[in-house]
Design a binder for this molecule. Structure first.
Ligand code: SAM
Length: 240
């Protein structure tokens, strides 16, 4: 990793009160593996070192804002893609037990190989759809947290994530700008699913200043058994 990129990573983390100097070597390896993976499987649209550092690494670490991901927690990363946010989170929060989930096998194979090379023994990648997992007794109500970045609108996320949370658990959704309309739809969906929006925190991505919002939905009661609906329906016909 170039010195300039190292400095950006240190600064982007420091803005959020995080020290990552001990992890620089492993972030550099993650960068190299992602660039190699990109050349083979076209994993992510971001190709430049600066973009990967700021828009994947620093951006993923913003999920730690608010302290919702501290301590020994089981965390499902719904729609992880090339491992974001879970791989950066696993590097800086070894107490988290992370399950990066994606429906695309080649992405999860890349995440699994990368976690092994990085010697991240707190990462257990999984191929599958959240709709299916939500009805599997081994996973339903199985997680303390669900994290999600750049997957879908709030009502869709609520339907996919709340069945997977244990009562009292929390969905931590990292979004760009969130409209009042999306938020209202998210609140209504959460209520149907046994949850409630607990925190909506707008902020700026460190260094770049892009708008971000962390939306937290608490599971306050049981989710009715009929949710999530079958594969694809939550996104095709979002709850409203
Ligand atoms: N979270 C990553 C990031 O921020 O870079 C990837 C975001 S990518 C735009 C969305 C990913 O979610 C895709 O890799 C897709 O395969 C996955 N995905 C979408 N719906 C899903 C579902 N219902 N179950 C599992 N994975 C899903």
């Amino acid at each position: 990793m170039k010195l300039e990129s190292q400095a950006l990573l240190l600064e982007g983390a420091a803005v959020q009160g995080l020290g990552v100097s001990d992890q620089l070597g492993r972030f550099a390896l993650l960068l190299k593996l992602l660039q190699e993976g990109n050349a083979r499987f076209n994993l992510t649209a971001l190709k430049s070192e600066r973009d990967i550092v700021l828009k994947h690494f620093v951006d993923s670490l913003t999920c730690l804002r608010g302290g919702f991901l501290e301590g020994e927690l089981t965390v499902l990363d719904l729609g992880t893609g090339a491992g974001f946010p879970s791989l950066p989170l696993a590097l800086v929060r070894p107490l988290l037990s992370l399950v990066p989930l994606d429906s695309t096998r080649k992405k999860i194979e890349y995440v699994r190989a990368t976690a092994e090379t990085l010697e991240l023994n707190n990462v257990s990648p999984l191929v599958g759809r959240a709709e299916t997992l939500g009805h599997d007794p081994a996973h339903r109500e199985g997680y303390d947290r669900v994290v999600v970045r750049a997957v879908a609108a709030l009502p869709v996320l609520a339907e996919l994530a709340l069945p997977l949370l244990r009562p009292g658990g929390l969905l931590v959704a990292q979004k760009g700008r969130v409209t009042e309309e999306e938020l209202s739809a998210g609140r209504r969906a959460a209520k149907l699913l046994g949850g409630a929006v607990e925190a909506v925190t707008p902020f700026e991505l460190p260094i770049l200043g892009d708008p971000r919002t962390l939306v937290c939905i608490r599971k306050t009661g049981p989710t009715p058994k009929k949710y999530p609906r079958q594969d694809g329906l939550p996104a095709k016909h979002p709850l409203s």
